[in-house]
Design a protein around this ligand. Sequence first.
Ligand code: ATP
Length: 424
Amino acid sequence: VTLSGDGAPGLRSALVTVGEELLLGRTVDTNAAWVSGRLADLGAPVIRRFTVGDEDTAIAEALRRALDCAEIVVTSGGLGPTSDDRTREAVAGSLGRRLLLDRELLARLEERFRHRGYDELPPANRSQAEVPEGSTALPNPVGTAPGLVLTQEGRMVILLPGVPRELQALFHAVEDRIRDAFGPRLRPVRIRTLHTTGIPESVLAPRVEKAMEGVSDIEVAFLPDLEGVDVRFTARDRDEDTAEAALDAAEERLAPVLGEYRVPGSGDVAREVVEVLTRRGWTLGLGESCTGGLVARRITDVPGASTVLLGGVVAYANPAKVRYLGVPEEVLAERGAVSAEVARAMASGAARAFEADCGVGITGVAGPGGGTPDKPVGTVHVAASVGGRVQTEAWRFSGDREAVRIRSAQAALTLLLRMIQEAE
Ligand code: ATP
């Protein structure tokens, strides 16, 4: 969702990625993502991407359309020595230029092949020294296909090889060319992400939109996943200081709206839990049912978790909850395994079992079976115990088994984080 940002004119780039294998879905177009990221950081963001097969007319048409909308056009692929590598010829044809033999390039190619033990340059590779008239070669330190740079009516066309390692190795030289040609017009795109959890996008978005009313210099986007919704600010077309100031102002504006839903720091609740517990010197024990150890997994994903996590019990069956977490049998009988009371007993039981300062308890119906009218699939109770004080939360999550488990673990960690922060 884009709320504002009318794309004030700045420097624009377009990409043409060439390769039948991209269209057939055999190769993922990682070059497009990689180059887009670099150009955005450089200040010449990509506004259109074209992907075409190894065909002269398709490449030429894509190039024309790319040049219609952008000052900088980067192509990837089709620079190899074989007959299906069409980019050089197609670009020359499209720009009305001849293909000329670049003697210096030829000498470099011959040298490269000699170095690799060949007596002479294979005839097919000779074509790699034939370049559109007026182009400058960018030496390829890790392969045979050089990059090529052309200018056309104030626009720049940059041809790069398709092999990601080669394309990436050439990109510093590309950045230098772009800086030389367009320096003062470069406007790095600045992005700031605020992480939230525990509030759905449909509730969060209108509140954010309201708070951001009248702000036109920042674009706002919502990026939801199972653990929460990221609010992403983008500032374009500005120098760094003004951009940072606009981002600061936007963040300040949203502070009261995001409130308790904001995940500080890295945005990973498990990481924050480990950090805060480490700072306090507190320890943690876990009692998990429907999440099957997912909270343990999230915590142990964080380097340094061993100083805070003492252990966890996956207590799936009722007798296991009784035996290993000390959940009273009568509570299970009266309230049922999926209940706030059982979650509470699991959290304090986990803290007790591991002699930890804090405990987590989770019990719920992850589905697809096991739901009842009373406790449908997605019903989950989470509890956290901090220094003997216990709080519970009841949730009804949507989604499949995996989604319910991920959301449950996230909810439990979020409750725990809030409680340990409050216990300061
Ligand atoms: P070479 O000189 O090595 O032949 P080239 O410019 O001809 O390079 P291609 O033949 O188009 O490049 O592609 C070479 C390999 O690079 C492909 O097999 C593919 O694995 C990878 N590749 C090509 N394009 C992309 C892309 N857009 N994203 C990721 N990988 C790519």
